[in-house]
Design a binder for this molecule. Structure first.
Ligand code: CU
Ligand code: ZN
Length: 489
């Protein structure tokens, strides 16, 4: 019987970290059916000179709402991403109350129909998503639904209600629980609240994923809090976008990695991810205290999107301040205190290039874009360029890690970590999520000035056995699936 799709003469990087071997690969009915020698395919692809790898996994996405707004997920698919983990930094599309704006700048948007993970997954599937998605249930979201933006600790009844939301999400197949402890309203919680919620994950042995309470001056304290929470709950933990932010903290990422290594040696289970850039990005009002604007931060901030002042988009705060003849503090205030100021998104150049490379050398560091799928203005290029940038800049140009190791960090490692069964390797019986690329030419083209650019060097992306992207064109296949923790689907 012929296969659906057969690749000939490819350099196979199977995702395990093993070096490339020449092979043929066939897929039928959504799964890989032959590796090495392959039968004739209804479609045959000559991959001479190309690498065939498992589809890349973006471990850190904020695409919960994007799956409904942009089911084609062009910005991820074109990077070779076939699966992502959403619900990060405490912000998930679940739980939800239809018709109610749970938080300002709600990730979900106005016309949601679902209340829980099953409902959200059904809604996304009705839109024919181009790629696969697994989800963390987010602390900020859970707290927002139960308590709004109240600046206080949770009362016992509120904590019980929050715990029930986390438990329900885990029962329905969430891969874990996420926090964003610098953000509202999560920052109003104490460690015990997070421990109590993380314990709902324990029976499922899901993950505790965290945007830690501090990523700068008090990074090591925040790592201690993270390890404490995971230890108390008896679950693994995943540190999101690991960084040592702010110039005075540059070069200290090694101390944090050493603490992670020690925790793993002592029997905890800790992994991490990073995005391959020296700037972060997020809702600007969350980073500034309006009563005491941090001048050091203001100086390195660029405006990505600003509904009240579109003319600020793509410009640095010092430049905006100069052109208006106002102080930098005043320029920050203008960007975030207008009628739609809470929607403003900024880009902060707070990370050391050498720290990025130190992170990438660590075997437990995966790749998460942290892209914010707001396509207006000038978004951070990581939304479009993350995966190719690792393979071009850090593998090919800088030699920070080998190609097979980079592919492992983008495929089998995250699939194992986030409980994505039968994905992340090119093996018989595994799902046929595949990316065909030229390792000599693959590169990101998205820049801060011109971010909405798709990468080069990716010939084909296959999602669940169906060609979803080929020769720079999106096929519109819509064959993505919603993935539940440790379930083969
Ligand atoms: Cu994030
Ligand atoms: Zn974050």
């Amino acid at each position: 019987m012929p296969a659906d799709l057969t690749f000939r003469n490819i350099r196979l990087l199977d995702g395990s970290g093993a070096p490339a071997v020449l092979a043929d690969v066939a897929a039928t009915g959504g799964r890989v059916t032959a590796v090495g020698e392959a039968p004739a395919g209804a479609r045959e692809v000559d991959g001479s000179g190309m690498v065939l790898a498992p589809g890349f996994v973006d471990t850190h996405s904020h695409d919960d709402g994007a799956f409904i707004r942009y089911p084609g997920m062009a910005f991820k698919l074109a990077q070779g991403v076939t699966t992502e983990i959403s619900g990060n930094c405490g912000f998930s599309a679940i739980p939800n109350v239809p018709g109610r704006e749970v938080m300002p700048g709600d990730i979900v948007g106005g016309d949601s129909t679902w209340t829980d993970l099953d409902g959200y997954f059904a809604e996304v599937m009705a839109h024919g998503p181009a790629i696969n998605n697994a989800m963390l249930v987010g602390h900020n979201r859970v707290r927002g639904v139960v308590m709004g933006l109240e600046r206080r600790l949770a009362a016992p009844a509120e904590l019980a209600e929050m715990r029930a939301h986390v438990a329900k999400a885990m029962e329905q197949g969430a891969v874990g629980f996420s926090t964003g402890l610098i953000y509202e309203p999560g920052r109003y919680s104490d460690t015990d609240e997070v421990v109590a919620l993380a314990k709902e994950v324990t029976p499922f042995q899901g993950l505790y994923a965290t945007h830690m309470r501090n990523e700068g001056d008090r990074l090591l304290e925040a790592v201690e809090e993270t390890l404490h929470i995971a230890r108390e709950a008896g679950i693994g933990t995943h540190i999101s976008h690991h960084k040592s932010a702010g110039k005075r903290n540059w070069g200290r990422i090694g101390e944090s990695l050493a603490r992670v290594d020690r925790a793993n040696a002592e029997g905890q289970s800790v992994t991490l991810d990073i995005y391959p850039y020296t700037a972060g990005s997020g809702p600007m009002n969350q980073y500034f205290n309006i009563a005491a604007i941090d001048p050091e931060l203001a100086a390195v901030v660029r405006i990505a999107m600003c509904p009240d002042h579109p003319e600020f988009e793509g410009r640095m705060i010092p430049e905006i301040a100069d052109s208006l003849g106002v102080s930098q503090e005043e320029a920050v205030r203008m960007a975030i205190t207008g009628p739609r100021g809470k929607e403003t998104i900024c880009i902060q150049f707070v990370i050391d290039e050498a720290d990025v490379e130190t992170n990438l050398r660590h075997p437990l560091v995966m790749i998460g874009s942290d892209g914010i799928p707001t396509l207006r203005g000038k978004p951070h290029p990581r939304l479009f360029g993350t995966m190719p940038r690792v393979l071009s800049h850090y593998v090919r140009e800088r030699g920070v890690l080998s190609l097979e190791e980079a592919v492992r960090r983008m495929t089998s490692l995250p699939c194992e970590r986030f409980g994505l069964t039968n994905r992340g390797l090119i093996r018989e019986g595994y799902w046929a999520d595949l990316v065909l690329f030229d390792p000599a030419t693959i590169r990101d083209t998205a820049t801060y000035d011109d971010p909405k650019q798709e990468p080069e060097g990716i010939a084909m992306v296959v999602v669940n056995g169906v060609v979803a992207y080929e020769g720079g064109r999106h096929t519109g296949a819509g064959c993505g699936r919603m993935l539940r923790y440790h379930r083969d689907a």
